[in-house]
Design a protein around this ligand. Sequence first.
Ligand SMILES: Nc1nc2c(ncn2[C@@H]2O[C@H](COP(=O)(O)OP(=O)(O)OP(=O)(O)O)[C@@H](O)[C@H]2O)c(=O)[nH]1
Ligand SMILES: [Mg+2]
Length: 460
Amino acid sequence: MFDLRTDETIAAISTPPGVGGIGILRISGPRAKAMASRIFLPKAGRRSEYPERRAVFGALRDPQSGEILDEGFLIFFAAPRSYTRQDVIEINLHGSPAVLEEAVRLAVKSGARHAHPGEFTLRAYWNGRIDILQAEAVNDLIRAVSLPQARIASRQVRGGLTETILSLRGEFIELMADLEAIIEFPEEKTRLSDAAIQSRLEALARKLDRLIQSYNAGKALSEGLTLAIVGRTNVGKSTLFNALLGEARAIVTAKAGTTRDYIREKIQIDEASFQLIDMAGLGRAGSAVEKEGMRRGCGLAAEADGIVFLFDRSRPETNDDFRILEKFSGKKAILVFNKKDRPRKIRADRLRRAAPGAASIDVSALSGAGLPALRKRIHDVFVPKRQDGEELILHLRQKLLLEEAFEIVKAAVEAAAEKNSAEIISEEIRGALPVLGRLIGEIRSDDVMDNVFARFCVGK
Ligand SMILES: Nc1nc2c(ncn2[C@@H]2O[C@H](COP(=O)(O)OP(=O)(O)OP(=O)(O)O)[C@@H](O)[C@H]2O)c(=O)[nH]1
Ligand SMILES: [Mg+2]
């Protein structure tokens, strides 16, 4: 997928496809200057001597026919002071797809290879200008659709997340050195106490966990957290779905078993996005269709980031209500008691006791009573709080590696709690270092490169 022949000179259009005021041809590699001099004719000065980082006015010219196609500015970034750390040439032309296509064709005819998606950034990484977290952030920044998203990505491009991970790693190394000292000089009076070792390990676990949890805050800012509305038939799931959405998207009838297929729509609560899912009611299925609807619904709920358990408070609770609660007991959830416009028959406390720790709230999806409070609750429960400027992670790749490191530290905490020797504890946490190395990209692996750079567009 990715190409590491960095001795090849590559070229691509770096501006988006389509018509625009300006379009930029970018060339990177050892022969960038030589190639540019074939296709670009400066108005003044010598052909292949470009001042660094200064705009040079000239014309795009077919070296064979001598035809001039457009005029524009060329900027030369000399290695290593460039995006890729190689010689880079950027030629600003008019943003016409025809002109730009021709510019690439001329560059390729002059010996350049058309760049793969993300290949300029890949070179920046390969040449050590940025690490893999920064490369991921470059793409996040380009693709950010909201200002909060862009702010986070921009900080990470500048190395914010890298710094956090490096400081974590520093703590690991320091702790390992202290454990080493205990192993080497067991008689020393100044040695760390078992309690001190344990508390330092616990602090590391907490920091890792906080970063892992921040993934959901990142997800709320990007594609949105998935929230499944789960409950028996006829409790008002589709009515609530429509009410939160602000439109009559799902069919609502008085008949139980109205919804068969699931529906997914995006809602926004403050700066956070959610993918809200309405599905078939769970319980006893009558027909094969209902059965399939429930199977799909269960699958979606199991995958969701959070669950909105919905109950009809105007009817007594049933065993199915408890079964549903139990089925998804491991998930972050909120209990919603619907139809509060009608007299209460449900014993809500019994259900609350079956879901200890979960927030609960009464609403009427039909009248809208309690919905603003519900929206606020949803935000509070499912979007992790964070301080201004606190780092958060935006990629599953990062989350999975942090979880790996967390498991290692957890095992070490247990080893410490069981009063194991410093050797054993040190051995346990040693394994976290290569994991953090992979996170930053110091340890290079094909799957990471594929995973990261394939998501880029051509020209970046
Ligand atoms: N009084 C009252 N009725 C409600 C409320 N919410 C929903 N209903 C009624 O309850 C019935 C079922 O509503 P739906 O939204 O279709 O319920 P559902 O859970 O999606 O049902 P299924 O799709 O069949 O599982 C409809 O007649 C709604 O008008 C409420 O807050 N108050
Ligand atoms: Mg429904």
